[in-house]
Design a protein around this ligand. Structure first.
Ligand code: SF4
Length: 137
């Protein structure tokens, strides 16, 4: 019950963060077919004029999320959950972290992973934000 209620509470925030993330992408990539992409750690050698296939959005991680970025600050994201602002975010409880959040898309052993609220960046497994939702086991 608490999880559903919490999910409903965070949905407006999640939607706003998602839209903000999409807005950032548009600003960063003015042309949809621009060959300029963040370097992807692939085995293929870099080919300057061979950008024929756009990478899926989930694979375009631009690196770790900066907790000082506007979208991170909006959701109170910190790279170490124990630094979460418990005064401002009453929902924070010790033991919560991205690694045990339902939205974390990495493996439990990963040090970072994707989060749909911060598309294009990875979040720290030990991180936390106010949209934390306990992963169901
Ligand atoms: Fe994403 Fe971490 Fe926030 Fe969960 S706690 S929504 S994984 S940033």
């Amino acid at each position: 019950m608490t999880t559903r209620r919490r999910f409903i509470e965070i949905m407006p925030l999640a939607g706003a963060a998602f839209l903000a993330a999409c807005g950032d992408k548009k600003a960063a990539v003015p042309q949809a077919s621009a060959p300029e992409q963040a370097p992807a750690p692939t085995a293929a050698p870099p080919a300057p004029a061979a950008a024929t296939e756009p990478a899926p959005a989930s694979a375009t991680a631009a690196g770790p999320l900066d907790e000082k970025s506007e979208k991170a600050v909006a959701l109170g994201y910190v790279t170490e959950a124990n630094r979460a602002d418990g005064t401002k975010y009453k929902n924070y409880a010790a033991g919560q972290a991205c690694s045990n959040c339902a939205l974390f898309q990495g493996q439990s052993s990963d040090i970072s992973g994707a989060c749909p609220l911060f598309a294009g960046n990875s979040v720290a497994a030990k991180g936390w934000c106010s949209a934390y939702t306990k992963k169901l086991t």
